[in-house]
Design a protein around this ligand. Structure first.
Ligand code: C5P
Length: 352
């Protein structure tokens, strides 16, 4: 519960800080560099948390233990979620630069749909008719939120007697284009989120390896695609203007909250699961939408309000337990040949 509540607060703050950091005037910072620094920070924090949760007699003993622990238990499997998550994190910055915070937060809830589909596909989970209904309602809600609110808010032909100028038409076309790009980034990020989340849950719950070691493995692998993105996407700007071009205090806040968010997500996946994670983040929609009204003068249109209500109702419906018995995870077996279950009591009992 603690990890879920923390995730809700972190998620709302992250959407707002990411959006705010991208809308400041002046040169904008390079998202690829922010993703790289967040991965470095996660690596550092995961090593610290591993050291804090492991008995070690001396610093040299720890230094000897760490590489052995990191390069064990099919560490190479983490390359898959590392590539997926790094791509997703870059897409997140692209999306939040093109969409307002509230629209981003709600459309990003399509993660629940992609996570559910990946759970059915990879974990062979079956979904009850109520859950499928919830997923259809969720998709309808997201579609409603994605409808752009008309600039002339009154309907019924009494809008404006003067023809809009060419400049206004061009500006509206550009805004629509930018919004569509943002929506495409969100949809792609959701697809990746579902796949990466379920894959990470399979690896984490399929063995007894410490959560922090899994996070070190993930962060180490993530450095490779993150560096690749800096060089190949923003290499020209980095060499011309520097790595830290456009950095402000808000950029550092975005990096910090993204890194902390990653660690909280891993705790949620360990102690709850990916579907409950979706439930927690949907509550954050309400927080980010209401805060957007005050911070960014965001207007709650009818479509937005209706769509967001459907998303919340769907999330609630999805989060309700089914009467059917839970099936064990048909995932990896650990080194002792045990197949762990996903029950709360089992995972709560284990150490990290
Ligand atoms: O939006 P979603 O919940 O899919 O985002 C997951 C986020 O958590 C990503 O930013 C990913 O990099 C991060 N993460 C992490 N460590 C994990 C699992 C996820 O940093 N073990």
């Amino acid at each position: 519960m603690l990890s879920l509540v923390t995730l809700t607060v972190q998620n709302s703050a992250m959407v707002l800080i990411l959006r705010y950091s991208r809308t400041l005037t002046g040169p904008s910072y390079l998202p690829t560099t922010a993703v790289l620094l967040a991965e470095l920070l996660k690596l550092f924090l995961s090593v610290l948390l591993y050291a804090a949760n492991t008995p070690w007699p001396s610093a040299s003993a720890l230094a000897a233990m760490l590489p052995r622990a990191v390069f064990s238990d099919r560490w190479y499997l983490l390359a898959v979620p590392a590539i997926l998550y790094t791509t997703q994190n870059n897409l997140q910055y692209q999306a939040v630069s093109r969409l307002d915070a509230a629209t981003f937060a709600v459309t990003y809830q399509l993660k629940i749909l992609t996570t559910a589909l990946c759970s059915v596909w990879l974990l062979k989970r079956s979904l009850s008719p109520a859950k499928w209904t919830a997923l259809v309602v969720l998709t309808a809600g997201v579609a409603l939120v994605s409808v752009p609110s008309s600039s002339s808010s009154t309907s019924g032909g009494a809008s404006s007697s003067t023809e809009p100028s060419a400049a206004v038409i061009a500006a509206e076309a550009l805004a629509t284009h930018t919004r569509l790009q943002g929506l495409a980034c969100v949809i792609l990020a959701c697809l990746i989120s579902g796949l990466a989340g379920v894959y990470f849950e399979m690896i984490l719950k399929g063995s007894k390896t410490s959560l922090w070691i899994r996070n070190v493995q993930l962060a180490l692998f993530s450095l490779v695609p993150a560096l690749f993105s800096v060089f190949f996407v923003d290499g020209a700007r980095v060499s011309a203007e520097g790595f830290f071009v456009g950095y402000t205090g808000w950029t550092w806040a975005a990096i910090l909250i993204q890194a902390l968010g990653g660690l909280i997500v891993s705790l949620v996946v360990k102690y709850a699961d990916n579907i409950l994670k979706g439930f927690a983040t949907s509550v954050s929609i309400l927080l980010s939408s209401v805060t957007s009204v005050f911070l960014f003068d965001f207007e709650l249109s009818l479509y937005f309000t209706l769509g967001a209500s459907l998303v919340m109702a769907a999330t609630y419906l999805y989060g309700r337990p089914d009467p059917a018995p839970k099936t064990p995870l048909p995932s990896f077996r650990d080194e002792n040949g045990d197949t762990p279950t996903r029950s709360w009591s089992m995972t709560f009992g284990r150490g990290m």
